[in-house]
Ligand binder design. Sequence first.
Ligand SMILES: NC(=O)c1ccc[n+]([C@@H]2O[C@H](COP(=O)([O-])OP(=O)(O)OC[C@H]3O[C@@H](n4cnc5c(N)ncnc54)[C@H](O)[C@@H]3O)[C@@H](O)[C@H]2O)c1
Length: 248
Amino acid sequence: MDIPEKTVLITGGANGIGRCLVHHLVESGAEVGVLDVDQPALDSLHNQFPSVYVKNCNICDEASVSQAVEEFFSSRGRIDILINNAGIIRDSPLISLSRKLERHKYELWKQVIDVNLNSVFIVSSHVVEKMIQKRTKGLIVNVSSISAQGNPGQSAYAAAKAGVAALTKTWAKELNGFGIRVACIAPGFTNTDSAIKAMGEKITQEWAKRIPIKRLAEPDEIASGILFIIANDYFNGKTLELDGGVIL
Ligand SMILES: NC(=O)c1ccc[n+]([C@@H]2O[C@H](COP(=O)([O-])OP(=O)(O)OC[C@H]3O[C@@H](n4cnc5c(N)ncnc54)[C@H](O)[C@@H]3O)[C@@H](O)[C@H]2O)c1
C-alpha cells in the first residue's frame, strides 16, 4: 500500500515507537490520527505536527474508543490503516520468592491484558466496521513482542502479546473477503523511555549483551519494519520478528 494520502490511526502514538512512526508517516504524506492517554505528550506531538489528529482516549474504554473513531472517521472520511501499537509493560513472576511467597496479583494481570490485548479487540472492531462500511481495502498492523514466545516474569504481557499474534492470523482469514490485510510485528527489546524504565538500566545492559547484535533496537528500526508491512501487500497473517536475533 502506498502511504501518501492514506489515513492512518495509531494507538499509543504519543511516545516511543508509535511517535517515531507518526513522524515517518507525516513526512510521507499520510493523514495521521493518534489515540493516547499521555496528554503532555499529545500536546507536544500536536505542536510538532499540527495536522495530526490527537485525542486523549483510553483505548480500554469502548465508549471512548467508539467516540474517537467516529470523530476521526467523520473528519477524514475514511480510515485506511490501523496500527495497534499502544501497550504497557508491567512485570511480575507467577509466584515471587524475593521476601516472602507472593502471588502475581490478579488486578495486575487484568490491567496488562486490558491494555495490551482487550484494547486491540475494541479498537479493531470499531475501525474495521468503518472500513467495511466504506468498502476500504484497509490494513491492520498489530504490535506484538518477542515476549509472546514466553518470557519469565511476564505472564500477562506474554499472554497478551501471543493473543495479539493469534488475532492477526484469525482476522487475516476472516477479513480477507473484504480486502482487508492484517499483519503483525514482534519487536525485540527497543530503546524507548518506558521500556528502559520498566527493565531498569542494569537489566537493560545485561539483555543487550544477550542480543546477537549486542544492542537494543532503535524505535526507528521498528518503525521501518511497520513501514515495510504497509508497503508490501503480500505480507499477510504473519508476524515480522524484528529482534536482533535474540532467543529468549
Ligand atoms: N520498547 C520495547 O522494548 C518493546 C518491545 C516489544 C514490543 N513493544 C511494544 O511496542 C509498543 C510500543 O512500545 P513503546 O516502547 O514505544 O512504548 P511507549 O510507552 O513509549 O508508548 C506506548 C504509548 O501507549 C500509550 N498508552 C498506554 N496505555 C494506553 C491506553 N490505555 N490508552 C491509550 N494509550 C495508551 C502510552 O501513553 C504511550 O504513549 C507496545 O505495544 C509495546 O508492548 C515494545
